[in-house]
Design a protein around this ligand. Sequence first.
Ligand code: KG4
Ligand code: ZN
Length: 351
Amino acid sequence: MARILGIETSCDETAAAVFDTDQKKILSSHLFSQVELHDIYGGVVPEIASRSHLEKIDTIIAYALEQAKLTLDDIDYIAVTQRPGLVGSLLIGISFAKGMAWATDKKLIGVNHLEGHIFSSFLREDGTVDEKLSFPYLCLSISGGHTALYIAHSFGEYELLGKTLDDAAGEAFDKVAALLGLGYPGGPLIEKYAAKVDNKDFYNYPRTKNIKKLLNFSFSGLKTAVLYDLVKRGAFDLKTGIIKGKMTLKLQQEVASSLQVCIADICEARIKLAFEKYPEIKAFAFVGGVACNKFIRGRLKALCDKKGTYFVVPPMRFCSDNGAMIAFVGSYKAEQGAFSSLEMDVFPTQD
Ligand code: KG4
Ligand code: ZN
């Protein structure tokens, strides 16, 4: 039996959680979201992010332990996000984890954040592990920093099938929301505005047809298409970057809705293609911050239901960045003996 403390500070969430291998359950998961600190800047400011992690990390870890009714003495291993992410943010989590591991003589486990998202597929609402999800499964992981399609073969073993060649899908949500003057983060706001006009497609934005046969993604053209369409409609001034009078509520809702449908279509097309290429796949998992989007969830679930493919999406608190997925990855890494040294480095990039 082992208890793993998971720490996540790769971007703008200071998060900690505890996983218990005996009960196969997340005992607690807690975070401080910095969204309000970055809101006025329209995106994450790295310097503010790392300072805030430093202020909050000890309280968040203490609270996660308290919620789990444990003390640090009850913890066997300390897992922490090692890559990829903002270097200053990662450094806070890693340095804190190293300090704790050294002071308490516990083993340290460096975790890849993207692996965390992929295997968050197993986490259910009550923190238990989904025993019905079996390997190999297809996994679409989309957030503000990445968009990628994988096949998960076993715990810790996954194959990249395709990824974005430019922006992440979450970034497209965030940037278009900024163009519309809605705020940050854009995804939840776009979803809200789109629902007001029944999630319909009004403007038929481009669906990256040129990469139709591949499993890669591209979203930068979509963002540019929205920008020029708004300029054409007299709602945005390209020279000053200022929103103009023709930006009505109706236009905001229609653009938000058309963007959401377009991104759902792009995802659906890739998944259909992956199902054709890999007929042995029996399950599909949708993970990452964008997987909070109910409309896209619905579209992808309908696709899987039609095919008889088992569909999973983690509860929302485990879709966006969290410590639970890091603790869970830490649990199988501990079982595999994949520990890290106290000298482990921070890797801001994936490789
Ligand atoms: O996984 P996450 O919390 O952090 C990263 O690793 O990036 O994902 C954050 C991203 C943001 O781009 C945000 O706009 C998007 O997830 N997001 C959504 C929704 N909720 C969050 N996108 C679409 N619809 C949502 N409901
Ligand atoms: Zn993430």
